[in-house]
Design a protein around this ligand. Structure first.
Ligand SMILES: [Zn+2]
Ligand SMILES: [Zn+2]
Length: 168
């Protein structure tokens, strides 16, 4: 299915108080296109339940899948599992509750839900492990895998400052 699809809310208005289930499997290529940088290793699943009551569409569900991200220090692939809960309210009429999203047409765009959920589901910092040593800024070696000669050859500027302090 395409992320550009939408759920027709006219159908849901017809049966108030009834919970309707929707399940979508979104192609990894579609996610890449949508976010520009997130590439899932398998389809992302979007499960939604929608219930219409008192002018409000109550949307709950889950976004699940596995993402292949890049460690921000060493650039290695980081497999990241997402399981993001969705709970939103929509309405076609202005609501007092500011958390209710007002729609201008009776359609729920999956693209919007996907984009927002993915953004919130992403880790704040992408690291292969908390103690990742990253790449050597001089030779580019992955310091988790090997120790390069660069650090041994030159004095760390932080250590140099410490040396000066100790002299005083
Ligand atoms: Zn790393
Ligand atoms: Zn190096």
């Amino acid at each position: 299915m395409k992320g550009s699809q939408a759920i027709n809310l006219d159908e849901i208005i017809k049966e108030p108080n009834l919970t309707k289930q929707f399940s979508f499997s979104i192609d990894p290529a579609e996610i890449k296109e949508l976010t520009g940088y997130i590439t899932p290793s398998s389809p992302i699943l979007l499960d939604l339940s929608i219930r219409f009551a008192d002018d409000i569409f109550y949307v709950t569900g889950n976004l699940t899948g596995v993402l292949e991200l890049e460690c921000s220090r060493c650039m290695e692939v980081v497999v990241y599992e997402i399981n993001y809960p969705i709970a939103d309210g929509y309405s076609l009429k202005p609501q007092k509750d500011e958390d209710i999203i007002v729609l201008d047409k009776s359609k729920l765009e999956l693209e919007e839900i996907l984009r927002e959920s993915l953004e919130f589901a992403m880790p704040v910092k992408i690291l292969c492990k908390e103690s990742c040593l990253g790449l050597c800024i001089n030779c580019g070696s992955n310091l988790n895998l090997s120790t390069c000669q660069c650090l041994k050859d030159q004095i760390d500027p932080r250590l140099a400052i410490l040396k000066d302090l100790l002299k005083e």
